[in-house]
Write a protein that binds this ligand. Structure first.
Ligand code: NIG
Ligand code: FE
Length: 408
């Protein structure tokens, strides 16, 4: 691979690892990339002599801004079919939990995914990925959780592995076998939980099909006591842990995330003040997904201002899935975050880059523009940072560079 220089950069926006929400700005500079990694940021006045330039591929940013690639740290991009009918049912007045009780929701997605072969699932999932990249996502978490049998969960995780090989985006696989209790175990929860603990988690960890384990702790899904057992088993097998927590009711899952030293607790619409304090103490990332509150038409959003003022580290992610947020665009989520979470543009960029990286345990490799980190960069037609959340539903990404290669 040739080394790359991006020159003629108007402004380089870079999250400061030392402080949540702080963004450094370097005007008029170039970035040098070697072996797919960031090597140096040099001021434009420093003459880059022709001899040196010969050894580089040159990309002209044309005075636009350069930012780190977006890190989408919570997504469910592997599914068989859309659920737009449920969207309509909700808009006609039914709630997410009511639709789920009537056989829709996760159970609907499980039924359809089980009926697909791995190849079919790979094909349909592939068709979704380019849009993420075009919107600036360079790292994408991908969860299982619509299979809920050992074979179907492995089918999903294998699809994620194949997508990782096929596309330039890096996929970070998460096992979500505890997304729901499958229909066939509805009178034997303990049977499914012991399958998770004794067979599924050990197999997924041994075959390195996932790096973390997630669970949906919620009324009608999993309890705190069950969550503690399942996630402890995951930790014992060397997996990172994370939780869909306090999304629709306050369950205490934020506290459990702190107790277990989770990477992140995600959603958090109904998190308590005590849980916020405990998560901050244990350095658990607050992974916020206001796109799903928005898409579900919820009145309540996660208390981002309170979390930030207490000193919490936030990530922002899409939660892309067919039920609660059919949106692959982190920039759109940024608009929702500004309006409903009252986050500033600088906090939003930090949360969507370095915050996402922290939520995945990858802050040493991605999320900011520092020597030795992966050269995952965006050229965006932006002058002031607030133009990103302000530009609702617009795509200002003009170039995507992944591992030092121009991919879009
Ligand atoms: O993050 N809350 C649980 N899981 C997903 C929704 C899954 C679905 O409805 O298919 C979420 O919102
Ligand atoms: Fe989710």
């Amino acid at each position: 691979m040739n080394d790359l220089i991006i020159h003629n950069i108007g402004k380089l926006y870079n999250p400061d690892p030392g402080k949540f929400g702080k963004i450094g700005i370097t005007e008029k500079c170039s970035v040098i990339i070697k072996n797919g990694l960031i090597d140096e940021i040099i001021p434009a006045e420093v003459e880059i002599n022709a001899v040196r330039l010969e050894h580089f591929d040159v990309q002209d940013a044309k005075g636009m801004s350069v930012l780190p690639g977006f890190v989408d740290s919570h997504a469910h991009p592997i599914f068989a079919a859309l659920r737009n009918n449920e969207f309509e049912m909700r808009n006609a007045g039914m709630s997410y939990l009511d639709i789920a009780k009537a056989g829709g929701g996760i159970k609907n997605s499980v039924k359809k995914l089980r009926a697909m072969t791995e190849d079919e699932l790979f094909k349909i999932s592939s068709s979704r990925i380019k849009e993420f990249m075009r919107s600036g996502t360079t790292t994408l978490e991908a969860k299982s959780g619509y299979g809920l049998t050992l074979d179907d969960e492995i089918k999903m995780l294998k699809v994620i592995r194949r997508l990782n090989d096929k596309f330039d985006i890096d996929f970070i696989p998460t096992f979500l076998g505890a997304h729901d209790v499958p229909e066939e175990f509805k009178d034997d929860r303990e049977g499914y939980i012991s399958l998770l603990i004794n067979e599924m988690i050990p197999k997924v960890a041994a075959d390195k099909l996932a790096v973390a384990c997630d669970i949906f702790i919620e009324k009608n899904y999993y309890t705190i006591v069950e969550g503690r057992r399942i996630l402890q088993a995951a930790k014992d097998h060397g997996l990172g842990v994370k939780i869909h927590a306090d999304q629709m009711t306050c369950t205490g899952a934020g506290e459990l995330a702190a107790e277990l030293g989770a990477l992140s607790a995600d959603h958090l619409e109904y998190i308590s003040d005590e849980a916020i304090d405990k998560m901050i103490k244990q350095n658990v990332v607050f992974n916020l997904m206001p796109g799903s509150s928005f898409f579900l038409g919820m009145r309540d959003f996660p208390p981002a201002r309170k979390i930030i003022e207490k000193g919490g580290i936030c990530a922002l992610s899409t939660d892309f899935n067919p039920g609660t947020c059919y949106c692959y665009s982190l920039p759109f989520i940024m608009t929702v975050s500004a309006i409903y979470l009252k986050m500033t543009a600088a906090e939003i960029l930090w949360a969507s880059t370095l915050g996402g990286a922290k939520a995945l345990g990858l802050e040493k490799e991605i999320g900011s523009i520092e020597k030795g980190k992966k050269a995952d960069l965006l050229v965006m037609k932006v002058n002031e940072l607030s133009e990103i959340p302000y530009s609702m539903g617009m795509n200002l990404v003009r170039k995507v560079i992944k591992n030092g290669k121009v991919v879009n």
